[in-house]
Design a protein around this ligand. Structure first.
Ligand SMILES: C[S@@+](CC[C@H](N)C(=O)[O-])C[C@H]1O[C@@H](n2cnc3c(N)ncnc32)[C@H](O)[C@@H]1O
Length: 329
């Protein structure tokens, strides 16, 4: 199994010594103090606006619950989460991801958690999924949603909000994860919050999809997008979509995908290829000799370069924190 970020260059980053840091990761006045479970209940209502502060607070509490199962049920102070986050960021580059310093769900879980804790980008992705308005004919009850390569589960959590905030009563959400340890911890969190179920399986295996409930698929997340410096095939994004479409093509007609599209570019050939549901997210056969790299995604209906994802949220996070954030791409 490839490790998502092995291919990404190790950035020279400033690591701030503990004690030298006075600021919390977001301003105290932005932080919503209730429990994560309380946030799920409060923000499920379409009448409650989901502001930037709600999203960032939610992500921070979600991160805490990924490290400390059970913390979803009580308030966790922002200072405590900020300290944990600082320790987590110090794992890159080259730190100890064996879980000895922090209670990680196995060594590998550090990688999906690194995606979760890329706060500006995750907040943007979360907003795009959770707040997506659906036309009435796409509000399906039950709402069947899948996240293929689930890691921490944050995208499936966002899909739960998409369903609830569009008025769905019954959700059937399934995450698929190859890694047993992170998958197991996410399964427990989902079960505790009533979000959905996990399948520990290879999402590239078409047989996996036969075990899911019948009916149209409302949502599919597949965030196996490599860094813009890596070839698009460095992650199984297209392979997973190939399996999904092989198994369920007739049930994907109205599906909302995250990302809606991925644009890959071959610089030498000066060619951009749009991977979307129109081509089952596959590079067309006649371009297969090319070596395209990811460049942009369509998010909230806009074509957005990968490095620009999260731009709106960067202003909420102090420079000293942005400088030490390892990021996802
Ligand atoms: C790039 S991370 C995305 C994580 C998730 N969106 C998050 O924020 O936590 C990809 C996840 O997909 C999992 N994965 C990679 N290939 C997979 C496959 N073929 N089937 C199932 N899971 C896979 C990895 O183990 C990893 O947890």
């Amino acid at each position: 199994m490839s490790r998502p970020f092995d291919a990404a260059p190790a950035l020279a980053r400033k690591v701030f010594p503990s004690g030298d840091r006075r600021e919390t990761v977001i301003a105290r006045e932005l932080y919503r103090t209730g429990s994560l479970r309380g946030d799920f209940e409060r923000l499920a209502s379409p009448a409650v606006p989901m502001a930037d502060a709600d999203i960032l607070s939610f992500l921070l509490k979600y991160f805490h619950a990924c490290l400390y199962p059970g913390s979803q049920d009580h308030a966790v102070p922002l200072g405590e989460i900020s300290d944990l986050l600082a320790q987590f960021y110090e794992l890159w580059p080259g730190g100890d991801t064996t879980g000895k310093v922090l209670p990680l769900a196995g060594e590998y879980s550090a990688y999906p958690l690194r995606m979760l804790t890329d706060l500006p980008r995750t907040a943007h992705i979360f907003r795009s999924v959770a707040n997506r308005p659906l036309p009435p004919d796409m509000v399906q009850d039950p709402f069947l949603g899948l996240d293929l390569g689930t890691g921490s589960g944050i995208i499936l959590a966002a899909a739960w909000f998409q369903a609830k905030r569009n008025g769905v009563a019954v959700t059937q959400l399934y995450g698929v994860e190859l890694d047993t340890e992170i998958g197991g911890r996410t399964a427990d969190l989902f079960a505790s919050l009533g979000i959905g179920e996990m399948r520990i399986a290879d999402a590239r295996d078409p047989a996996l999809y036969a075990g899911l409930p019948d009916g149209p698929v409302a949502f599919v997340g597949n965030e196996n997008v490599p860094a813009p410096t890596s070839r698009h095939t460095a992650e199984p994004f297209s392979m997973i979509h190939a399996a999904l479409f092989t198994a369920l093509s007739q049930r994907l007609k109205k599906t909302v995908f995250f990302p809606e599209a991925l644009v890959v570019r071959d610089r030498e050939a000066e060619l951009d290829v749009v991977l979307s549901k129109n081509n089952r997210f596959q590079v067309p056969r006649h371009y297969r000799s090319l070596r395209p790299k990811p460049r942009s995604i369509v998010i909230e209906g806009r074509l957005t370069k990968l490095w620009q994802v999260g731009k709106d949220f960067r202003g909420h996070i102090p420079e000293s924190w942005l400088a030490v954030m390892p990021g996802r791409w």
